[in-house]
Design a protein around this ligand. Structure first.
Ligand code: CP
Length: 348
């Protein structure tokens, strides 16, 4: 009896595309994903989400803890008719008993998408190099691209009266985090004036600014990097993020001293931005550090819409990255396999 050497339907796809950073996508492609997000969100509201991930699975590698990213991917896969597997380094051999390349190849034979939250960008890039299914960056030391898909979509939902996306001025206050870099890249790609406001030592490095400035030249955005908090004046959106993250605990005191109290988003800072300014935060938030509880719970905070849109973004990404994968089998093909298997089962 001759057996097929592989049953994977997703090997050697010519159109394989990963989602490691938004810079790998044209503005038109990102607009397509936003449009898909809008449709899927409406479908979810109507409890009528098409089963576009049916029978598929996403293997989720988490080197760091997560609330929103884990829940949103897992729920997105389920809502779309598929399945998500939670894989922590405690559960799999990643980098210990098995090298990264082999892990990527193996998961590719069984899952349709890999999502990885990793300490080092090289890990997610290495997985992508060796996988035959799309790899999604669920956060690394440099970038958080799925977060900013949710963020820009949420901005679109909350556009100030009479303004378009490219009329916005968005200020990110604080450390040059992975959310800061990703927002800087996507905002400038959509013609937004993006400001990074933080102490000089913690400002976006020149390499990031070069990428963003190139976007500005192409798409008409603007980039301001400054330590002057007065720059919040007339901004449409103020965004906060943690002042320190995993691996930076030893710098905690130094960092808090550098950022607090000047760069904490307070009611006073919101007032300075303008009476219609909106507050965003990717969460989790350390209230009373990078922002006050009053701002988080205030009438201009859209942080929970932003969190919910993580699910909107993950639904769209799972569909966008896999919809060309597998030809749907014809009735005849389904019947052929059913008959063969039924007749074997009757014999054994
Ligand atoms: N914003 C974000 O990525 O949240 P989690 O760390 O909870 O996934």
């Amino acid at each position: 009896m001759r057996m097929p050497s592989s049953s994977a339907t997703n090997l050697n796809k010519p159109e394989l595309k990963h989602f490691l950073k938004t810079q790998d996508y044209t503005r038109k492609e990102l607009e397509d994903i936003f449009e898909l997000m809008g449709m899927l969100k409406e479908a979810r509201r109507a409890n009528a989400v098409p089963q576009l991930f049916k029978g598929k699975s996403v293997g989720m590698i988490f080197e760091q803890p997560s609330t929103r990213t884990r829940i949103s991917f897992e729920t997105a896969a389920t809502i779309l008719g598929g399945h998500a597997l939670f894989l922590s380094p405690k559960d799999i051999h990643l980098g210990a008993k098995e090298n990264l390349a082999d892990t990527g190849r193996v998961i590719s034979r069984m899952c349709d998408v890999i999502m990885a939250r990793v300490d080092d960008h090289k890990t997610v890039a290495g997985l992508a190099e060796n996988s035959t299914v799309p790899v999604i960056n669920g956060l690394c030391d440099w970038l958080h691209p799925t977060q900013v898909m949710a963020d820009v979509f949420t901005m679109m939902e909350h556009l100030p009266e009479g303004k378009k996306l490219d009329d916005l001025t968005v200020a990110f206050i604080g450390d040059a985090t992975n959310v800061c870099s990703s927002l800087m890249f996507i905002c400038t790609k959509f013609g937004i004036h993006f400001k990074h406001i933080g102490p000089e030592k913690y400002q976006a490095p020149q390499t990031w600014q070069d990428i963003a400035r190139e976007n500005c030249e192409t798409y008409g955005g603007r980039l301001t990097v400054t330590d002057d908090v007065n720059e919040v004046e007339d901004c449409d959106i103020l965004i906060a993020d943690s002042f320190y993250w995993f691996g930076q605990e030893a710098e905690k005191e130094e960092r808090l001293a550098a950022f607090m109290p000047e760069y904490v988003i307070t009611e006073e800072m919101m007032a300075k931005a303008g009476e219609n300014a909106i507050f965003m935060h990717c969460l989790p938030a350390n209230d009373q550090r990078e922002c006050t509880r009053e701002v988080m719970d205030g009438p201009r905070s859209i942080i929970f819409d932003e969190a919910e849109n993580r699910l909107t973004a993950q639904m769209a990404l799972l569909v966008y990255l896999t919809h060309k994968d597998i030809e749907q089998p014809s009735e005849e093909t389904l019947a052929y396999h059913q008959d063969r298997i039924d007749s074997l089962l009757q014999r054994i």
